[in-house]
Structures are given as C-alpha cells and as structure tokens.
Design a protein around this ligand. Structure first.
Ligand SMILES: [Zn+2]
Length: 155
C-alpha cells in the first residue's frame, strides 16, 4: 500500500495551499463495487482558501475516466469524471447550525483530525456516481455515460 496523504485542513485553507496529484483508481477501494475495471488514474487538485467572511474552504477538483459496470448487462461503461466540490470546514457540530441556508454548492464538514485526501476523493466521487449505472441501450459495447450526468443536472 502506498502512502496516504493527510492534511491539516484548517492550516491548508489558512495558508492558501494548493496540491495537485494523481491516484491509481485501484487505490479507491470504496469504489470497487461500482467498477468494471479499476485500471487507470485520476487527477486531483486541492486548494485552500479563507473567504471574506472568514470561512475555511477547501476546493477539490477531480478528473479522469472510470470504468463502471452496467447494472443490466454487466458490461463496461466509460464514465468521464469531471467534478468540482467545495467544502466548508467547521470545528464541531454546533457550528453546522445556521449555515444550512448558505450556498448549496458548498458542503460543510466537521473536521477534528487530519483529513485524508484519498478518502475525500472517494467521498466526492461516490456522491457523483449514478446510483445504478446502465447503458442507454445494452449492446455489449462501450457507451459514454454522459446521459446520467445530464439526468442529474450536473451538466
Ligand atoms: Zn449494459
């Protein structure tokens, strides 16, 4: 097993750090059930920011291609990943009260320890994946899955 990269999220945001990297899809163990093949790599970019209201934010961008398993024919679906997520860091649950009405594109998370980048990436990809990926028409061939993204309103 290769190294895990963990960051101090608050410090990362405070100092406006930026981190780019790539990961083998095979390391994203929580995706395994959805995958036809765990070949390939994904790219990620993480940047930290403190906004004008003093909120600690992390912005995560992920790109690459996943090979999902069609739930109907068990064939391969090529699923282009291109997602952007913003996380607002809070120190404990009570801070979550009152910020529910904020920007719906920003998720608030309680951060007590170091944050593992690998698991942040898994979380965001799992949120993005179609619940039950299927080809539009199963013919045993690779079909791009962009219709799913359209259905979910992410395009
Ligand atoms: Zn299929």
């Amino acid at each position: 097993m290769s190294e895990q990269i963990a960051i101090d999220g608050f410090e990362f945001a405070r100092s406006g750090r930026v981190l780019h990297g790539e990961l083998a899809v095979s390391r994203l163990g929580r995706l395994a059930d959805s995958l036809y093949s765990n070949s390939g790599r994904i790219d990620y970019a993480l940047s930290g920011e403190v906004d004008e209201e003093g909120n600690f934010l992390l912005h995560l961008g992920i790109g690459g291609v996943l090979h999902l398993r069609c739930q109907r024919c068990l064939g391969e679906i090529e699923y282009p990943l291109e997602l952007q997520a913003s996380l607002m860091l809070v120190k404990d649950e009570s801070d979550l009260v009152g910020i529910e009405d904020e920007d719906p594109d920003v998720d608030s998370i309680v951060v007590k320890d170091k944050m593992e980048i690998l698991s942040m990436i898994e979380d965001e990809i799992l949120l993005d994946l179609p619940f039950s990926p299927r080809h539009e028409a199963c013919e045993g061939k690779v079909v791009r899955a962009s219709p799913f993204a359209i259905l979910k309103g992410r395009v």
